[in-house]
Design a protein around this ligand. Sequence first.
Ligand code: HPA
Length: 275
Amino acid sequence: MSDYYSQLNEAASYVKERIGDIPKIAAVLGSGLGGLVQEMSDTVSIPYSEIPHYPVSTVSGHAGQLTVGVLGNHRVAMMEGRPHFYEGYTMKQVAFPTYMMRLIGVDTMVITNACGGINRSFEPGTLMIIEDFINLAPSNPLIGANDERLGPRFPDMSEPYSLELIALAENCAESLGLSPAKGVYAGFPGPYFETAAEIRSIANMGADAVGMSTVPETIAANHAGMQCFAVSCITNMATGIQAHKHSHERVLATAQAASADLGRWLSAFIRQIPA
Ligand code: HPA
């Protein structure tokens, strides 16, 4: 057994023992976007630091725990915080929680993030369904020897986000009176906020939003045969588009303000995901 696979197995076994019934759906909650957890009942929380081999994020705005609970007819595992490449973790470590979820038995990943808006029709607080991604990081979780137990050597990436889940989420949003945007997410490695020249070039590539997460998790989830849905909260306009300088505090404040709408929407959406 490869080290990585055995570490994943150890982590998955530990979590399974502590949570009882197995969730089929997992959600990753980005900075300031933890509100969805409150929609669940019968929750059990496990601090990441207690899960063997689990990479613990150091970023403020993340609770740093896994909470499993009930939403409608589903058991759902929510990751309150995630490891990032810019923290110095390898891409395999960044993808560890995703693969661990797969080994637990999860087949659907819902991913959220806070990010910068490039599309000028957006404003801070806009929620954007991610239709596709551009990987701008110098690596990805599949580099290196492939472990066939996790997925194929050359995974297809023509539909990284499930069209069915996007349609379901759009219906849910409409019935709640919300009108999320849709667009392409560019995954920049960070941790500095991009330069204005970088944003101009990323805009020319066709990106509508830019952030520092989500892409490695999406790649790993697709590799492992899971269906994915992702949504961005535009917490600020990207460099050169907004007039003021960036601050992490402002990002968190805007995310927290949008978190209630996002929580309402995603909880309705997750309840309607077919079993
Ligand atoms: N750029 C990258 N990541 C971000 C931003 C941004 O403008 N805002 C929040 N996360």
